[in-house]
Design a protein around this ligand. Structure first.
Ligand SMILES: Cc1ncc(COP(=O)(O)O)c(C=O)c1O
Length: 397
């Protein structure tokens, strides 16, 4: 696979490319925001989809045994899960799954706890379902996010918290939570009668020597407390096909989830999603291996660049994901103006910390799943912004 190939995604309905101008207010912004990749899909996925379109009728379909098996095998090999097809429920997206789980296990007005900062739609999905969002601030230790367990315990017991939504690994900070951290978190969930959603959509994008741990694999009793969400869409760049799955190992939990899914017809995914998911998990492991190597090189390039060219800028080394989280506070700008400064002065579109909560208002998120030349251009643009503002400040001092 040629990850260096430049692909023109303009005018394809790509959110990242075609909505950038409206969001960032400038035509020639380099979009390095939304979390999809500017890479082509694996050949086996494209071949399977082409074959389906050419040779099959697009009538009503159901998930074939081979699709279930591709997930069972992937989860066993990559995440140490011992699944049966019956543990898997399909769902159009991880966010739809979150909505379903929220509806299945909480009532209007109940509390749902999330980290701060964390992937923006966690809070919006909870609010749209009229539940209350509580946030536990992540703390920074050695430039890494760590959980504040005392605070989590306190918030769970003080508010009517019924559910914790965890980004595992963490978007935007790239943390791969350790066995010990996850064990402590589930222990607190059980103590406070709180179910845990482990959103593992980034779990196949982990850099060695970090090790992804699915909390449901830690102890037998955790099966009653943990609902795992996953998908092939982040790993294989298939977000447009809208396909994901919920893993529930406990029969009673599964029955409640299934009931809401059936009431809302959210237990069905389309033929393209089924076909792409199976081809990805069963035939694209080589592509995945090459992807991780490429992303890891990009990750190193960014770190070298920041260390050399922007030594005063703090950042978090991504242990996973293709997202780089850095602190733009040395720009000395009001946090609400930082995104605009990158867009107007640097001509680069980044996600701003303010959209992930209130705990990291001056951080910015860079999506580095791009060809190397594009990454080099993006880094230069970022440096231009720091240079421009530092010069301005020196002049006004
Ligand atoms: C942590 C996390 N969960 C869920 C999603 C979205 O999942 P889906 O497109 O399947 O709804 C994303 C996308 O970036 C994500 O980062």
């Amino acid at each position: 696979m040629d990850f260096n190939k430049l692909i023109n995604r303009k005018d394809t309905g790509s959110i990242k490319w075609d909505k950038a101008e409206r969001l960032f207010g400038s035509k020639d912004v380099l979009p390095m925001w939304v979390a999809d990749m500017d890479f082509d899909n694996p050949d086996p996925v494209k071949d399977a989809l082409t074959n389906m379109i050419r040779n099959e009728v697009l009538g009503y379909t159901f998930p074939k045994d081979s699709l279930y098996q591709s997930i069972v095998n992937w989860q066993a090999e990559h995440h140490g899960m011992d699944l049966k097809p019956d543990h898997i429920s399909f769902s159009p997206g991880v966010l739809s799954s979150i909505a379903v789980v929220v509806q299945a296990f909480t009532q209007e007005g109940d509390g749902v706890l999330i980290h701060d900062p964390v992937y923006t739609p966690f809070s919006s999905m909870v609010k749209k379902n009229n539940r209350k969002v509580f946030r536990s601030n992540l703390k920074i230790s050695n430039n890494k996010y760590v959980m504040d367990f005392e605070d989590i315990d306190e918030q769970m017991s003080q508010h009517e918290v019924k559910l914790f939504i965890l980004s595992n690994p963490h978007n935007p900070g790239g943390r791969v939570w350790s066995r010990e951290e996850l064990d402590k978190l589930v222990t607190l969930c059980i103590k406070n009668n709180v179910l845990l959603i482990s959103d593992e959509i980034h779990s196949d994008l982990v850099y060695s020597p970090n090790e992804m741990v699915s909390p449901v694999t830690l102890k037998e009793e955790y099966k009653k407390w943990v609902i795992t969400l996953h998908s092939a869409t982040k790993t294989f760049n298939l977000a447009g096909v809208k396909a994901s799955f919920i893993i529930v190992l406990d029969r009673k939990l599964k029955a409640k989830i299934k009931a809401i899914q059936q009431q809302t017809e959210l237990d069905i995914i389309n033929s393209f999603g089924m076909c792409a998911t199976e081809a990805a998990f069963s035939q694209s492991a080589d592509w995945h291996g090459e992807l991780i190597q490429y992303l890891d090189k990009n990750r190193k390039q960014i770190i070298d660049f920041f260390d050399k060219e922007l030594p005063d800028v703090e950042y978090m080394v991504p242990e996973s994901t293709y997202l780089f989280w850095f602190d733009a506070s040395t720009l000395n700008l009001e946090s609400s103006k930082i995104r605009k400064a990158f867009a107007e002065t640097g001509k680069i579109g980044l996600n701003d910390g303010l959209s992930y909560g209130s705990n990291a208002p001056e951080f910015m998120r860079l999506n580095f799943a791009v060809p190397k030349v594009v990454l080099s251009e993006g880094l230069t643009r970022i440096k231009n912004v720091f240079d421009a503002y530092n010069i301005k400040h020196t002049e006004s001092d």
